[in-house]
Design a protein around this ligand. Structure first.
Ligand code: NAG
Ligand code: NAG
Ligand code: NAG
Ligand code: NAG
Ligand code: NAG
Ligand code: NAG
Length: 336
């Protein structure tokens, strides 16, 4: 009797163990599968680890389409922007000896976070529709680029606050992370079918009429330059933050670029986030700046110096380029 009970217990115990092992195996298989889905969604993003660790926390990942996954990532990002905004409001009230400039910069950040949230929310509602015309994708790319630019504008505000630690101590790391989420969303967006389809309409109407996917003011020669992939283009100067180029800052490269050049001078700005108050003097004619792609090379100039700097790209070659004529600044999303 005693033996029987013990045997039953043993049997039950072993069944129980087998059960646990099976349950565990299934759970870890599921987790593995979940991470695989996240990894495939994050393929091609610039901040891949951040992407996978974030996306793999989303439930029902396997049943989500890529646009839905991007929506979830953007929704997650909105949450982080909201918490940073609360944080800034808290800092603004709580930090005792803020200078006037720091107060102004924090106020700017709070307003810019609001804009960022609106841009992300608009993108979410655009993407979260059953039928998405490719036109919308272009709008989404523009909105997400604007959202990133706003984050850097917030950080830029502290450039004028001498000796301030507010940016480094409270804002920078979190804002880089948020910006990296947006960069990842942009990279994922590019993989959505239809995104690279030609758009005959003008993305930025103010840049003039389009001919063969380029604005008409772009010469054939420049068109060839823009159509070449980054590794085929001959650059006059290279800017790289890691010291592998001729200069580490865009400002230094611009200073070295010839004045009143009669031939096209091409500067390659390698991947990185450049917060520079870049001023392009009118003497710098015939200049072309080429980046490594949207969300990879991010340039933010002071709003006070050159309005309208933004990131943009060639959807085909993953490089953004902009041209400066003698008197105006032009930019355009090139898509072929
Ligand atoms: C997308 O729309 C559906 C309803 O159509 C909604 O349930 C879902 O929450 C939306 N997703 C996001 C990220 O807003
Ligand atoms: C969006 O994010 C919030 C948290 O910031 C979460 O509560 C909400 O469920 C999310 N919505 C969707 C549709 O994923
Ligand atoms: C909020 O502020 C705290 C310090 O008060 C900081 O450690 C944290 O990183 C900030 N979080 C965000 C989301 O900005
Ligand atoms: C106030 O400012 C001084 C000098 O700028 C700084 O050393 C000090 O840490 C600040 N105090 C607080 C509470 O932030
Ligand atoms: C240049 O880049 C393209 C695509 O990025 C690639 O297919 C090609 O092999 C590269 N060419 C060279 C010479 O590295
Ligand atoms: C270009 O012109 C500016 C302003 O006149 C001058 O300071 C700078 O040295 C010149 N740069 C070159 C490369 O000649």
């Amino acid at each position: 009797m005693y033996n029987l009970t013990r045997r039953r217990t043993a049997l039950l115990l072993s069944l129980f163990l087998v059960n646990i092992i099976i349950t565990k195996a299934t759970a870890s298989d599921e987790k593995e599968a979940h991470i695989q889905v996240a990894e495939s969604a994050c393929e091609g993003t610039f901040y891949r680890d951040l992407c996978v660790s974030t996306v793999s926390t989303f439930p029902d990942l396997a049943s989500k389409s890529l646009p839905q996954t991007i929506c979830s990532l953007l929704n997650h990002t909105v949450g982080e922007v909201t918490s940073s905004s609360y944080n800034c409001t808290g800092l603004r009230k709580g930090l005792r000896n803020l200078s006037t400039m720091e107060k102004r910069a924090l106020d700017d950040c709070i307003a810019l976070f609001d804009d960022t949230r609106t841009e992300l929310a608009t993108t979410i509602s655009d993407l979260n529709q059953t039928t998405i015309p490719s036109r919308r994708h272009h709008d989404s790319q523009t909105l997400l680029s604007a959202a990133m630019t706003n984050l850097y504008t917030c950080l830029d505000g502290f450039a004028y606050c001498k000796g301030s630690h507010v940016r480094e101590r409270y804002l920078q790391d979190k804002l880089f992370q948020i910006s990296n989420h947006v960069s990842n969303s942009l990279a994922m967006l590019k993989k959505v079918p239809g995104v690279k389809k030609p758009s005959k309409s003008e993305v930025f109407p103010e840049y003039g009429k389009m001919k063969g996917h380029f604005p008409t003011w772009i010469t054939n020669k420049d068109r060839k330059l823009l159509q070449a992939s980054v590794n085929q283009t001959k650059f006059n100067l290279v800017v790289a933050q890691d010291g592998t180029g001729n200069f580490k800052t865009i400002a230094d490269a611009l200073a070295a670029a010839p004045n009143s050049s009669t031939t096209r001078f091409v500067i390659h700005i390698k991947a990185g986030a450049y917060f520079e108050n870049v001023e392009v003097i009118k003497k710098k004619t015939n200049l072309m700046l080429v980046g490594d792609g949207i969300g990879k090379t991010v340039v933010k100039a002071s709003r006070n110096v050159v309005d309208g700097w933004t990131t943009f790209q060639s959807a085909t070659f993953g490089a953004f380029s902009f041209l400066l004529s003698s008197s105006s600044f032009y930019c355009h999303v090139f898509s072929t």
